[in-house]
Write a protein that binds this ligand. Sequence first.
Ligand code: AHG
Ligand code: MN
Ligand code: MN
Ligand code: MN
Length: 333
Amino acid sequence: MESNKTLGEFIIENQQEFKYSSGELSRLFNSIKLAAKVVSHKVNKAGLVDIVGGVGGKNIQGEDQQKLDVYANDIFIETLINRQIVCGITSEENDDFISVQGSDNSNTNKYILLMDPLDGSSNIDVNVSVGTIFSVYRRISEIGTPVVLEDFLQPGINQVAAGYVIYGTSTMLVYTTGHGVNGFTLNPAIGTFYLSHPKIKFPEKSTIYSVNDGNYTHFPEGIKDFIRYCRQEGEDRPYTSRYIGSLVSDMHRNMLKGGVYLYPNTRSNNGKLRLLYECNPMAFITEQAGGKASDGKSRIMEIEPQSLHQRVPFYSGSIKMVEKVEEFIAKSK
Ligand code: AHG
Ligand code: MN
Ligand code: MN
Ligand code: MN
């Protein structure tokens, strides 16, 4: 049945669940949803307008920036700065954090936003789903003063909200404030998000594993063992392998259908995904949907961040499957 509850109505109805002042968070969500609609509109026109391809520069990650990476980044940042909603922003596409204080330090907002404005950039040119990931914290430094690095280097357990937008066959906004996960689908004809996926939970039966198999040779032994286990005959096995190459899309599918997402470390790196604006928000959503998120040993959300663009190995999904990954890692040592 089609829901007629809008995202705006849902936020107002559930404000009491939010332990801090509510108005500010509602305004923040209004800005996120506005920026998401603008990006969604642009994504849908990719191929028609000049938005596909690289800009010819690299971001701090050493990745070729795509036009849509830059566009989405600018839209989210402008939307938030113009409305003076947050006091600080950090993004995958920016070297350093942005302080949103106003010229006279008059900004007394309490929240900071961390984001991956366009996740899955490599999929833009080939018409495959991409996303936006965001994470919200309360600042820890004094209100009214410029934000400092420590405000952004908080462990994921301090998140007050996190979510993602998936620009897929339809555009959806999925978020949590620590009281479960709810998903809203955009009706593009009228530009409104409607509650379509209330109280999302990982299904009991989970049979999907998602990993970039091309990197198999470089994976730690425990991960190779887990992948072999997924492929073996057994109860519910062999599992189904699904990998889009866009964290948002892979996690979204696994959360709805049941599965685990893996981005392991290799001999030469500590994984690819960024703790602050990819792993922590996805971990918060995963846990709130009844799943588990780990770096192979520890809970993702308890890691003390050391730097803005820090990378960690990431295993996230149904509890049983993530526990199995941890078990294989522990056994291989
Ligand atoms: P981004 O496009 O924001 O840089 O993120 C890319 C990430 C993530 O979306 C995806 O899961 C992963 O990179 C895919 O990496 P591989 O191409 O190495 O599999
Ligand atoms: Mn990137
Ligand atoms: Mn990403
Ligand atoms: Mn990105």
